[in-house]
Design a protein around this ligand. Structure first.
Ligand SMILES: Cc1ncc(COP(=O)(O)O)c(C=O)c1O
Length: 365
């Protein structure tokens, strides 16, 4: 079976570096918030061109703590796309905030400046944009300028877009603050959970650093309410530091696979994402097809796994009951019924890519 991801292949490819990282930590005897975390945070901030990186336990905590660092309080309205897996909405709810759901562009599947303006007109005091499937939001600069002019803080969720470039800048450096996930299958993934908050603002970085560790201002002295324990451990930081120098090459390989799918899948019932150069880091290759479920079944019969990211838009999640029944997001809802993710990861061989292409081309709709 061709899997959608293959962590074993990645571990195989980097076994020497992983073993060295683990040995380093074990030998040091320092396992939480030590030199590896510091080193990785500095390295990742430098890679992005940002002033501060504060690592946390996972990408959902990164969103929540970043929003808290921006000042989100109970009852605040926070705008988010509804097609990005519910992570931001979960974080907003955890803070007692109220999500304002934005629709997305049908072709790009990410929010536009017009979507953001509409949400702000609806009372959003904070905006979250998600660089989904690896694609830098095409209007991110314009959205950041607009939010700054409106004094509406902007969080970029970069969990799927480590390294994507727009206007010569990495995503995560346009808004006030950014969140990253290092879940193992991400473009920069650990061998366990991990996440980070990135910002150019020293005050926000300081707040998040306190929020991730009990609200301490110094050891055992709690100054900040609403904090928790959310730390990246030394082992994961050491492994991430080994993977970071390979991120650009891995992103190039993902783009190569994306390009092959785009040019060699000729099945005419399938719509492809547009080519975006280095504005995309090819995290997920998401095609569209009116008969998506039949296509997925065909691929399964050909031993090719696929997935749907994501099948249930946030405003239609069961947790809300009929709270948002009056909301319609036409593009988001249509996309949820049409999208299908094909296997794509840097260690995928040319032969494996060829098999996926052949299986898709062999489908008679
Ligand atoms: C867009 C997006 N945001 C946030 C997250 C949450 O990250 P984590 O799983 O590390 O909590 C993920 C991935 O899971 C994601 O894809």
């Amino acid at each position: 079976m061709q899997q959608i991801n293959n962590l074993a292949a990645k571990i195989d490819a980097y076994r020497t570096q992983i073993d060295a990282a683990v040995q380093r930590v074990i030998t040091s005897g320092w396992v939480v918030l030590g030199p590896e975390v510091k080193g990785f945070e500095a390295g990742f901030a430098k890679y992005l061109g940002a002033a501060h990186c504060v690592s946390v336990a996972n990408g959902t905590d990164a969103i929540e703590l970043a929003l808290k660092g921006l000042g989100v309080q109970k009852g605040d309205k926070v705008a988010t796309a509804a097609n990005a897996g519910m992570y931001t909405t979960t974080s907003v709810l955890a803070l007692g905030g109220e999500p304002i759901f934005m629709d997305v562009g049908l072709e790009t599947q990410v929010v536009t400046l017009a979507d953001v303006k509409k949400a702000v007109a609806q009372g959003a005091k904070f905006v979250v944009v998600t660089h989904l499937y690896g694609l830098a939001v095409p209007e991110i600069r314009e959205i950041a300028e607009y939010c700054a002019a409106q004094a509406v803080p902007l969080l970029e969720d970069c969990a799927q877009a480590h390294g994507a470039l727009k206007h010569g800048k990495r995503v995560g450096t346009f808004g006030n603050v950014a969140s990253f996930s290092f879940y193992p299958t991400k473009n920069l993934g650990a061998l366990g959970d991990g996440g980070a908050v990135v910002t150019n603002d020293a005050h926000t970085a300081q707040l998040v650093a306190q929020l991730r560790q009990y609200g301490w201002s110094s050891k055992y002295r709690v100054e900040l309410a609403g904090a928790r324990n959310s730390r990246l451990d030394e082992m994961q930081a050491a492994i991430l530091a080994e993977f970071l120098p390979h991120l650009d090459a891995c992103n190039t390989r993902r783009r190569e696979i994306n390009d092959r799918y785009r040019s060699e899948i000729k099945q005419t019932d399938i719509l492809h994402p547009e080519a975006s150069g280095d504005a995309s880091v090819g995290h997920l290759y998401v095609i569209r097809c009116a008969r998506r479920d039949a296509l997925q079944q065909h691929l399964r019969s050909q031993q090719i796994a696929s997935d749907v990211h994501y099948p249930v838009p946030d405003h239609q999640q069961p947790v809300f009951g009929d709270q948002y029944a009056s909301i319609t997001l036409p593009n988001t809802e249509r996309l949820a019924a049409e999208i299908l993710t094909l296997p794509c990861y840097p260690e995928m061989t040319d032969g494996e890519v060829r098999n996926v292409i052949a299986a898709v081309n062999g489908w008679e709709a």
